[in-house]
Design a protein. Structure first.
Length: 277
């Protein structure tokens, strides 16, 4: 005997096939905090770890902040959070009757990360997938983001539980895929691209990190990983190549010092052309 489907919708006839709520992506969205008014939510993803996704997330946020937009970063990489370190934010998150309050970076970017809730930044997060997914949803629903033009979501690598939660629970308007120039790029980028396509999420473009090394003496560019395939893959998929970021010691140093907002190289100068909607 087939189990009868029930719901709490007023006037439900029991016929789910005729219901506008059935199989609707909107029905899965977590409610935003009532004191949050976020215009655009952009996910930053990578098919694998170690490609500089958090760096790219931070640089995109900084670039849009410099353009005059109100910007925030939701650090959804619960088990490997690095956003507070990159911006030198050590103060813990606080709360009031409205909800949890994000911390601000030196230049006024709002951030929320699990490291702002832990007693020690090096404390491991030993949680199973369902709890991690719930925490990410709470970062959307319980945090008072206020009025933002752009909220960037720094997602964990891969296409697992948390990525699925973000795509289903947050009103993601589009994603930026971060990759590196190795031969695996075609498969890795396409995995992220195909997941976004399956979830009806727009792919805004690709950022290639660690593209080359620039000689400090003569300025020559050396592509130590070989000629990247990213541009070819971007053309194949009909995507914009937003930026190619070199291996830059100064960027690494600024991140280690928590001063990335001081970088003054225009690696992301064209990002606003892709993100401004």
């Amino acid at each position: 005997m087939q189990e009868e489907k029930m719901c709490n919708e007023t006037g439900c006839s029991g016929d789910c096939s005729a219901c506008s709520k059935a199989d609707s992506n909107e029905s899965l969205l977590a409610p935003a905090n009532e004191f949050s008014k976020v215009k655009h939510v952009i996910g930053v993803v990578s098919g694998k770890g170690g490609v500089g996704k958090s760096l790219v997330t931070s640089m995109l946020a900084i670039e849009m902040k410099r353009k005059g937009y109100k910007v925030g970063i939701l650090d959804a990489d619960i088990t490997g959070p690095s956003i507070p370190k990159i911006f030198g934010v050590t103060a813990k998150a606080e709360a009031d009757e409205r909800g949890v309050l994000p911390q601000k970076t030196k230049c006024g970017i709002d951030i929320m990360s699990i490291n702002l809730l832990l007693e020690r930044e090096d404390a491991p997060v030993l949680w199973r997938g369902s709890i991690i997914s719930s925490a990410v949803t709470q970062f959307w629903s319980d945090v008072v983001w206020g009025e933002l033009d752009y909220l960037f979501v720094d997602m964990p690598p891969g296409t697992g539980d948390v990525a699925l939660t973000v795509f289903q629970s947050l009103p993601i308007e589009g994603i930026v895929i971060v990759t590196s120039p190795q031969e695996l790029v075609s498969m890795i980028v396409k995995k992220a691209y195909n997941m976004a396509e399956t979830m009806n999420i727009k792919v805004l473009g690709i950022v290639e990190n660690m593209s080359y090394v620039c000689c400090p003496d003569c300025g020559a560019e050396f592509r130590i990983f070989g000629e990247g395939k990213t541009e070819t893959v971007a053309d194949e998929l009909g995507l914009d190549l937003i930026a190619q970021i070199p291996i830059d010691v100064s960027l690494a140093q600024l991140c280690d010092e928590g001063n990335l907002e001081n970088y003054n190289v225009g690696y992301m100068a064209n990002a606003d052309d892709i993100l401004e909607v």
